[in-house]
Ligand binder design. Sequence first.
Ligand code: MLT
Length: 400
Amino acid sequence: MLSNPYFKKLKPSYLFKEISEKLCMFKNNNPARTVVDLSLGNTTYPIEKELSEHLASVAYKQSSKNGYLGYGPENGSATLRSKVAKTFYRSTISPDDIFISDGIKCDLGRLQSLLGPGRIVALQDPVYPAYRDVSIIGGAAEVISVPCREENDFFPDIRSLSRIPDVLFLCSPNNPTGTVLNRKQLTSIVNYALENEVLIVFDTAYSLFIADESLPKSIFEIPGAEKCAIEFGSFSKTFGFTGLRLGWSVVPSQLQYSDGAFVQHHWRRVVSTLFNGASSVIQEAGIKALEAYSPQNNAALQYYKTNANLLKDALLSVGFSVFGGDHSPYLWVKLPKELASVDPFDFFLEEYGVAVTPGVGFGSEGEGFVRFSSFGDRSEVELACQRFASREIFVPSGAL
Ligand code: MLT
């Protein structure tokens, strides 16, 4: 059998795997150096003890007749769906439109079966690389970029595209730029999608970082979005479920394809065929996590927000231009032109002992930027800040 031709269009390695390998090599070659890893969005704040005890007790009960959980409903526990609707959508979304999953990345994979090959996919540039790679693996006919530049506040001006895509992926707060679409901007994109029959895939993985009530946390805060969008959400970053795996999708019952078919019917078919649901034990933990949730008492959220503030202050104080970080865990840092010729990954690692993700890894519009993640351990974040504070932007002599 011949290989899958779509793989020929992929880069040989996934961005974050490449970064981890480079970092590992640096550590092996420099065993005496203390490296601070601010490259990946990998969480470090442990889950609350109470939650972990609940998780253990549900797991333990699997050996008893009464506590044993077999397959759950295909779209997830009804209790969890109601709690997601109440916590994240103030009950403006029906629990019947919510599908519990094992995380956004897994849903992105299943999404390819929903869309089928041959689609024109529009992506923000810079972009979270999983959207690009899953679209290619899924057989997209074309992947077109919507440039998000500093002079445009990193807004994806979809109306500037010369072609109308079938699907548009949006992430807000954005990974990697850390910027958030405001109500007016998102309304304009929703209106474009309605006018042009574009399906929006909206990723809200970082929405709990939004502190300003005027900024939309969900696309469904925008009138008409229920007729053009689906949304993905996650327990990973603020509830510490990165390794446990729990998320959800919202596929509104009103959403229809141009031929009249209901997207939710197809999604239900995909989910029931390709997926037997998120782990029942983890779903029980998700219910527990939402029982007492408020942004103020979510310690992990506050921890990462403080990390983001510390990093932003430290980088600004030594002269870097920094975007994001206020309503987002990511800081998008512009490199001074004197550093144009250096490899930003090597530069930050060699000069500061800090691993970052080079902006160009997220797309050509990321050239000249690097992304800092605030999901690191506090003591390491503080160490990185001290290193930045120890001197103004360091420019290697060879780069001038
Ligand atoms: C990232 O660094 O962008 C993260 O690893 C995103 C993810 O959760 O996959």
